[in-house]
Design a protein around this ligand. Structure first.
Ligand SMILES: CN1CCN(c2cc(NC3CC3)nc(N)n2)CC1
Length: 155
């Protein structure tokens, strides 16, 4: 199977979460965490930190790994392996970039209807600081054909 390793980072405050409105490319028009591809010369963690700085100007020295999600798409051999991180300890204020428009949302007011359809299934684990693993099988970009999600311990 072909795997594409991606990162997804959420910046947290007590009761609030930072989301970015994707301004172009994959997931354009949706609110999400910050992230992207992992370069050959960096670890997944380094890639996550780099994307956070590039996409909203925030430096997170401490990133906690909280989830691993595998996405499969019908009739597509590429599996997206998304490594999810969060941080409560960071430096800087979020700034809008060409990629992302950052906004703070209250944990109870997350705009799931303007986010990827899978988010409503795994966000509750993240918001409750429970580590998780998940799998989603998509038909196109809007329909979830099958999924599972389970609480996981450390690696
Ligand atoms: C740079 N990456 C792109 C993929 N990504 C996804 C994907 C996703 N669902 C998949 C059906 C697309 N759901 C969230 N929340 N994020 C994280 C950021």
């Amino acid at each position: 199977r072909l795997r594409k390793i991606l990162t997804l980072v959420f910046v947290r405050e007590p009761g609030k979460i930072l989301l970015g409105l994707k301004k172009r490319g994959f997931g354009c028009g949706l609110w999400n965490g910050f992230g992207g591809k992992v370069e050959k010369n960096e670890t997944i963690l380094q890639g996550a930190k780099r994307e956070l700085v590039e996409e909203c100007g925030i430096q997170a020295d401490v990133l906690e790994r909280i989830g691993l999600i595998n996405f499969e798409f019908e009739n597509d051999p590429v599996i997206l392996e998304v490594h999810v991180f969060q941080t409560f300890h960071y430096i800087g204020d979020p700034v809008e970039t060409e990629e992302m428009k950052p906004e703070w949302y209250k944990d109870g007011e997350i705009p799931f209807n303007q986010m990827w359809p899978d988010d409503k299934y795994w966000f509750p684990y993240m918001l409750q600081k429970r580590k998780f693993e998940a799998y989603f099988l998509f038909k196109g970009m809007d329909t979830i054909l099958d999924y599972w999600i389970k609480e996981s311990l450390n690696d």
